[in-house]
Write a protein that binds this ligand. Structure first.
Ligand code: 3PG
Length: 397
């Protein structure tokens, strides 16, 4: 059910699970996309007169309180974006959380400290997780699941809590699922998937599933060198996953058999070391043995851009190169630019890809949809059951 189905929320204590897992440099948020994406649901609940308790994680503190992973700076940012004060409890289910939950007035918002400071949150033991979910549930009357980036986790504040309180899906999760459903069930064609990032092994499931759905599969980023090596090319000092070579070979054959156009770069930007200096462009089949590939080359970037611009549906996950260094940012920039020119649905998947496009100077509204979930959107596209969604649909995961 959705928030509409929860009835009158005035005076109700609503526990909202958001994904506020943002990159921090000290106390400074370097990309606040996830906080911004969480605002509409929180605002909507507050406007309805609910007493809103936001629960979220930051990083992986593994069940141990650690102020380096405090959500306090995120609560401050949320207050700025809401244009209203936000209370902060420096514990999740302890005395401060209970005191604040009891003191909240209608329409007020509070953020609870990092839920992963509690070992029950991520425990593999159902009973331990369940006991923690009971404590969380005791703070509120209703649960709203709005942390799309974390719905692939079977964790107390995502999964177990939904069986302990009347639960509804929030607007962000609804919007994300609607877009991803279009990608898996009814993509307008041509449908192009662009994959980058460092590891083939992170993308196996999604390649498996999308090879039967997409028309074009464009591959860049560090993972491309395993594909080039699988074709018998020298890849020099580039990232290479030896144990994935046969799998990459299999994908190349499978794409051919299924009529999917699998496109690899024909030129590569290389450098003698992992540094922003001495970059040159070489042919992908003539990479020098003493250099490493750090971006797709300009001819490949243009070829990728042309295919993307000619598509009606595009999903992109993972940078094409080491975009943080200016010599190796052009490939990622060209792909991002092409996505903004798609006449149809363009989707940027993943926290890292989303941060990349913003860092490169693009704004969110230039794309059809920027997903807040990296792992979650990939697992959805892999066709996996996401525990945080399944439990809301009344299914166990
Ligand atoms: C993410 O950053 O992808 C989500 O916030 C989930 O974080 P996790 O991978 O630590 O569970």
């Amino acid at each position: 059910q959705t928030i509409d189905d929860l009835g009158d929320l005035r005076g109700k204590r609503v526990l909202v699970r958001s994904d506020l897992n943002v990159p921090l440099d000290g106390r400074t948020i370097t990309d606040d996309g996830r906080v911004r994406a969480s605002v509409p649901t929180i605002k909507r609940l507050a406007d309805a007169g609910a007493r809103v308790l936001v629960t979220a994680h930051l990083g992986r503190p593994d069940g141990v309180p650690n102020q380096d992973y405090s959500l306090a700076p995120v609560a401050e940012r949320l207050a700025e974006l809401l244009g209203a004060p936000v209370l902060f409890a420096n514990d999740t289910v302890g005395p401060e959380a209970h005191r604040i939950a009891a003191a909240l007035r209608d329409g007020q918002v509070a953020v609870l400290q990092n839920v992963r400071f509690n070992e029950g949150e991520t425990s593999k033991d159902d009973a331990v997780r369940g006991a923690f979910a009971d404590e969380l549930a005791s703070l509120a009357d209703v649960f709203v699941s709005d942390g799309f980036g974390v719905v692939h986790r079977k964790q107390a504040s995502v999964y177990d809590i939904a069986t302990r309180l009347p639960a509804a899906v929030g607007g962000l999760v609804e919007a994300e699922v609607t877009v991803l459903k279009r990608l898996t069930e009814s993509p307008e064609r041509p449908y192009t998937v662009v994959l980058g990032g460092s590891k083939v092994s992170d993308k196996l499931g999604v390649i498996d599933n999308l090879l039967s759905k997409a028309d074009n599969l464009l591959i860049g980023g560090g993972m491309v060198f395993t594909f080039l090596a699988a074709q018998g090319h020298e890849v020099g000092q580039s990232l290479l996953e030896e144990d994935q070579l046969e799998i990459a070979k299999g994908y190349i054959e499978q794409a051919e058999a299924q009529g999917v156009r699998l496109v690899l770069p024909t030129d590569i930007v290389v450098a003698p070391k992992f540094a922003d200096a001495d970059a040159s462009t070489v042919s992908a089949d003539a990479m020098p043995a003493d250099q490493l590939g750090l971006d797709i080359g300009p001819a490949s970037a243009e070829a990728f851009a042309e295919i993307i611009r000619g598509s009606r549906t595009v999903f992109w996950n993972g940078p094409m190169g080491v975009f943080e260094m200016s010599s190796f940012a052009a490939g990622t920039k060209a792909v991002a630019q092409a996505l903004t020119e798609v006449d149809g649905l363009s989707v940027v998947g993943g926290g890292d890809s989303a941060a990349a496009v913003r860092q490169l100077g693009f704004s969110d509204d230039q794309f059809g949809h920027i997903s807040t979930g990296g792992g979650a959107s990939l697992e959805y596209l892999e066709g996996k059951t996401l525990p945080g969604l399944a439990i809301l649909e009344g299914n166990d995961a």
